[in-house]
Write a protein that binds this ligand. Structure first.
Ligand SMILES: NC(=O)c1ccc[n+]([C@@H]2O[C@H](COP(=O)([O-])OP(=O)(O)OC[C@H]3O[C@@H](n4cnc5c(N)ncnc54)[C@H](OP(=O)(O)O)[C@@H]3O)[C@@H](O)[C@H]2O)c1
Length: 223
């Protein structure tokens, strides 16, 4: 039975990933910013606390897991969209988005790289955003969110190169504009459809494809 560790299972895409992998027979380590949002009633889902901005919680989870193999590490937790207009930007929120969306995934991979290397599938999938594409930015604004996801893309590309020698395959994936809180409301894509499609892309990824930036349907995206 393969194992997946997912961040941000409190709501939205993370929660749906946990449910779909569990339904397919995976062992799921579902992590939550707030354990009050634990997913109950499914024996193959283990719930753990993990605020991705808290180094102590990373250390505690690493202690709990020890050397347990993780076949797929799925960085999903994220915040943001808007930080306001130029002239009245909320810089605390800009900083918060960096902490959650950029530094959090880096710490996640650093903490659990050995667990992934010990797995059979050896995959890391990072939920990023098309909004992090510099080339596709034709509408401006969203300074903090765009920058945090562009930074995430840059770091994940380096991780793909640095972890290739350990047999780890890394993917950056945009979920589409999904009908979740993170999508800001009005997202066109149902959450179950987005997650099913991303799971297909993650599952088909060959190790020669590591470090790619793809949309939920597997289409390559401009950096
Ligand atoms: N929906 C879209 O259209 C869309 C498009 C592009 C990219 N994305 C990305 O998809 C990912 C999932 O977002 P979503 O759409 O499912 O929105 P969501 O429902 O808001 O989910 C985000 C999750 O991240 C969790 N989270 C926030 N801060 C955290 C922290 N410090 N530590 C751990 N978990 C934290 C949230 O927990 P709480 O609710 O408890 O704060 C929530 O469960 C994000 O990375 C987002 O940027 C979404």
């Amino acid at each position: 039975m393969p194992t997946v560790l997912i961040t941000g299972c409190d709501t939205g895409l993370g929660r749906e990933f946990a449910s779909q992998y569990a339904r397919d027979g995976w062992a799921v380590i579902a992590t939550h910013r707030d354990l009050a949002n634990a997913i109950c009633g499914t024996p193959s889902i283990r719930n753990h606390a993990l605020d991705v901005t808290d180094p102590d919680q990373f250390a505690a989870l690493k202690r709990e897991l020890g050397d347990e193999p993780v076949d797929l590490l799925l960085s999903n937790a994220g915040v943001g969209l808007d930080t306001g207009r130029l002239g009245s930007l909320d810089f605390d929120y800009v900083r918060r988005m960096y902490e959650v969306n950029t530094i959090g995934p880096l710490r996640l991979v650093e903490t659990f790289a050995d667990n992934v290397a010990a797995g059979i599938q050896r995959r890391v999938a990072v939920i990023t955003s098309r909004m992090g594409s510099i080339g596709l930015n034709l509408s401006g604004g969203h300074y903090g969110y765009r920058a945090s996801k562009a930074g995430l893309n840059a770091m994940a590309r380096s991780l793909a190169i640095d972890l290739f020698g350990r047999g780890i395959t890394m993917l950056l994936i945009h979920p589409g504009w999904v009908d979740t809180a993170g999508g800001g409301g009005g997202g066109a894509l149902p959450v179950d459809v987005s997650v099913a499609s991303m799971r297909g892309v993650i599952g088909r990824l060959g190790n020669h494809e590591t470090g790619q930036f793809l949309s939920y349907d597997g289409t390559p995206l401009q950096w």
